[in-house]
Design a protein around this ligand. Structure first.
Ligand code: ATP
Ligand code: MG
Length: 173
């Protein structure tokens, strides 16, 4: 099953994390690969290490693309995304994981860091290696929305960011 979480509201990555927790309860294993997001550690990284080999998160991104003091070239971000897929392919090759989450992959496609055709081919490969795949991120391309059997759009009704409030530890990271 392919599930896509998109939209401009909060909850895409955390919904995917929730599904991972749920699949662990079914005695299965989850792998989350984070694209774009930088090497900084979010709350989920610390908790997931406690869950041992059943749940693993790999961050492959280099951080913000083109904003907030990004010092890398666009090409460097492209290489990071491609590398992310190489790592993912290796990780799932043995069939060790049941749920694969490609976090922020929609953004990577929308930014032009990876062609949607590449991601679709990857999904073809991955569907024989894992049971379920979740893709997250704003601006999901129509090709992924068409292919997914479940699509949820998080819609921002209100976010403290609009009032200039900063991200909150434990809620936002
Ligand atoms: P989360 O990781 O909390 O589930 P998300 O994956 O839906 O959020 P992203 O687009 O990946 O959202 O952005 C991650 C960060 O941006 C989080 O800190 C989140 O709180 C914040 N965020 C999400 N939606 C909005 C919004 N509409 N306005 C401002 N900030 C937002
Ligand atoms: Mg997210």
């Amino acid at each position: 099953m392919l599930l896509a979480f998109t939209g401009n509201g909060k909850g895409k990555t955390t919904a995917a994390l929730g599904n991972a927790l749920r699949i662990l309860g079914a005695k299965k294993r989850a792998l989350m690969v984070q694209f774009i997001k930088g090497p900084w550690r979010s709350g989920e990284h610390a908790s997931v290490t406690r869950l041992g080999p059943d749940f693993k998160i790999i961050s492959t991104g280099k951080g913000f693309v083109g904003i907030l003091g990004d010092s890398l070239s666009f090409e460097e971000h492209m290489v990071a995304v491609e590398k992310g897929f190489t790592i993912t392919k290796k990780e799932i090759a043995s069939g060790a994981y049941h749920l694969l989450i490609l976090d922020e992959i929609h953004n990577a496609i929308a930014l032009g860091l990876i062609p949607v055709s590449f991601v679709l081919s990857f999904l073809d490969y991955a569907k024989d290696k894992v049971e379920h795949i979740i893709t997250t991120g704003r601006d999901a391309p129509k090709e992924i929305l068409e292919r997914a059997g479940l699509v949820t759009e998080m819609r921002a009704v209100k976010h403290p960011f609009e009032k200039g409030e900063k991200a909150v530890q434990g809620l936002d990271f």
